[in-house]
Ligand binder design. Structure first.
Ligand code: S0N
Length: 289
């Protein structure tokens, strides 16, 4: 296998700042792309709050993820937190009001839910690169990512019932799928924290690596993915989510079937016949067993 495919590079990446079509500066995140690599990296940049998110953080994350989705040179997206102390500590509790989280507006939002859906539906793998705490809504963010690479100092847990909140959506259903219904109840009801190795045993993370190797290992996983067929990965991501995501999951998977079908001569025949005002001739296309 190695002879045919060669070793995957383990070198560091060269990151350059990226922006989206709005051209607006980011304040709460850092958005970068690796030169010549097909990898985007989105970093929550509020380390003094353990990378807690406010509505503006989520708005910026949504913009960056949209850009990475639309950029056909990007094949994998890394989501991480600034510094080694936290991936993300969830919603900024200082900004919590009676109707969600409010920063620069007079009303509250729970817009992290939109971000969770966006990551889930994004047709490219999203990898959570976790150092330090991934707790509360930050824990849910890593769970909705496709893969999680954890540093050996990573700590995972829910805090909702301690601080008077809960995520009864993906934060419950995806967790139950990942670690099983009993363990999910334990995690939510007791609000314990779990170290990286416990999390690995529970099936919450893919691999645990020394903190100093976290980015290099994550890059290695990205590069391995990037060697593989983007269409196969795209369809597989939607297939792996389809049952759990119900109609929305089937829509995503079905959309991929349409995407692939549009590339065939059979599909083209229908379009060309319509445009030429003639009856389509599908007779030469096989009705496969
Ligand atoms: C992460 C923890 C364990 C780190 O402990 P450590 O290392 O001892 O640091 P601290 O001294 O505690 O923190 C350093 C500074 O950072 C501030 N800070 C940390 N986390 C937050 C936060 N989440 N919000 C605001 N500030 C935060 C500290 O206050 C401290 O600042 P100074 O130095 O000024 O005092 C530890 O910090 C910890 O336990 N943090 C809180 C974790 C938590 O409870 N998070 C919120 C959980 N809830 C959600 O995330 C809800 C998500 C959500 O939006 C949602 C989604 C779906 C449905 C509903 C909701 C909903 O909210 O209701």
């Amino acid at each position: 296998y190695r002879r045919v495919h060669g070793e995957v590079s383990t070198r560091e990446a060269t990151w350059i700042p990226a922006c989206d079509e709005s051209g607006k500066e980011y304040t709460d995140i850092i958005y970068e792309k690796a030169v010549g690599e097909g990898i985007a990296k989105i970093t929550i940049n509020r380390p003094d709050r353990r990378n807690a998110f406010r509505p503006n953080t989520i708005k910026e994350l949504i913009r960056a993820f949209n850009d990475a989705r639309d950029d056909s040179t990007v094949g994998v997206i890394i989501l991480t937190g600034k510094g080694n102390k936290a991936f993300c500590s969830g919603g900024d509790q200082a900004l919590r009001s009676s109707d969600g989280y409010a920063d620069f507006e007079s009303f509250g939002r729970l817009n992290v839910l939109d971000l969770q859906v966006q990551i889930r539906r994004l047709p490219k793998p999203v990898i959570a690169m976790v150092a330090g705490y991934a707790v509360g809504g930050g824990h849910i963010l890593h769970m909705v990512c496709d893969l999680t690479i954890a540093a050996d100092n990573a700590v995972f847990g829910q805090t909702g019932p301690k601080v008077g909140s809960f995520d009864a959506g993906y934060g419950s259903s995806i967790m139950s799928r990942l670690i099983g219904p009993k363990k999910a109840r334990e995690m939510w009801f007791l609000c314990r924290f779990y170290d990286a190795y416990e999390a690995e045993k529970m099936g919450l993370v893919n691999i645990v690596v020394p903190l100093e190797r976290l980015e290099l290992e994550t890059l290695k996983w990205c590069r391995e993915i990037l060697r593989n067929s983007p269409t196969a990965i795209r369809v597989l991501k939607s297939a792996l989510n389809a049952v759990d995501d119900g109609h929305a999951g089937l829509q995503e998977l079905g959309g991929n079937a349409t995407l692939v079908f549009y590339g065939t001569e059979e599909a083209s025949e229908g379009k060309i016949a319509y445009l030429n005002h003639r009856r389509p001739d599908f007779s030469k296309f096989p009705r496969r067993p």
